[in-house]
Design a binder for this molecule. Structure first.
Ligand SMILES: [Zn+2]
Length: 289
């Protein structure tokens, strides 16, 4: 893992979300967890060298952020919606998906029980551990349950998937307008070392590019609706958007599916259609990254 500041360590190069931990004078606080069980066990060994794990904080409801919680013995803190989402997850299906990440993963998933958030917030909360302050700020956008985690003493922000830095943006359950507001909230913070949900580390200078891409997506789908395209048609003509960024580590094959479910979600958002049952072509992994 990379040491980002005196007390913050991050991993940005494995399959799944970016995650990290903070060493305090009273133990370690982990932020998000690895998607693959083998990565979780490696991280567990690494954290043990720094002290006892006190808390895990999850930034959002997608499985690549919380699957690995289960391999750690510490209470989890997250937005109330993250807890609800985990409790509603079809766990057999979830485990099967993660088991497919490699032959070493399946044995580690036997008897899998998720480590569900037991301390939850809606608008925000502050956690103090040792000499560190963790400020959780609700910032809906990529989903309705995103939170930015500010580590004040380190000048670091874990932004959640409201930032995909130079990798493809998933908008499959996004509210694009709230997302643009979230980016402005990130801009308003004092801290400027960003650990995005996916992609390499960045700072506020990337916010304009992230915002422009979300706007471009919204304009594309709005144009498709204005031209009378159906939801499926709008979701199948996205070449310019697909080619803009690479997918994050280990996801290259998912690009067409991700683009389709992103377009379908924005189509429903812009037509006010809510979330009707999706045709088979759009139901693959709707709760991914
Ligand atoms: Zn996500």
């Amino acid at each position: 893992m990379r040491q980002l500041t005196s007390n913050v360590y991050v991993e940005t190069e494995v399959r799944g979300c970016n995650h990290g931990f903070v060493t305090t004078s009273d133990g370690v606080v982990m932020i998000d967890s690895p998607h693959k069980p083998t990565d979780a066990l490696k991280l567990k060994a690494e954290i043990a060298r720094h002290g006892p794990l006190r808390y895990i904080i999850n930034t959002e409801p997608h499985g690549d952020h919380w699957s690995g919680n289960a391999f750690f013995d510490a209470p989890v803190i997250a937005h109330e919606g993250v807890r609800t989402r985990i409790l509603e997850t079809d766990m057999a299906e979830h485990v099967e998906r993660v088991a497919n990440f490699g032959p070493e993963e399946a044995p580690l998933l036997e008897g899998y029980t998720p480590n569900v958030p037991v301390i939850t917030f809606k608008n925000g909360m502050t956690l103090r551990v040792g000499d560190h302050t963790f400020r959780m700020i609700h910032m809906p956008g990529h989903t309705l349950y995103q939170a930015a985690i500010v580590i004040e003493e380190e000048g670091v922000v874990f932004t959640s998937d409201n930032i995909f830095h130079k990798v493809q943006t998933w908008l499959h359950e996004a509210n694009p307008d709230l997302w643009l507001s979230a980016l402005e909230s990130l801009r308003g913070l004092n801290e400027d070392i960003f650990v995005p949900g996916h992609g390499d580390l960045c700072d506020k200078s990337y916010l304009d590019e992230q915002g422009s891409f979300i706007l471009e997506w919204k304009e594309y789908v709005k144009g498709a609706i204005d031209r009378g395209m159906t939801r499926d048609e709008a979701a199948l003509n996205l070449n310019g958007l697909i080619d803009r960024y690479p997918m994050d580590v280990g996801q290259a094959a998912l690009a067409p599916m991700v683009m389709r479910i992103s377009a379908a979600n924005l189509y429903d958002y812009l037509t006010g259609a809510g979330a009707p049952p999706q045709p088979p072509s759009l139901t693959l992994r709707p709760r991914g990254v």
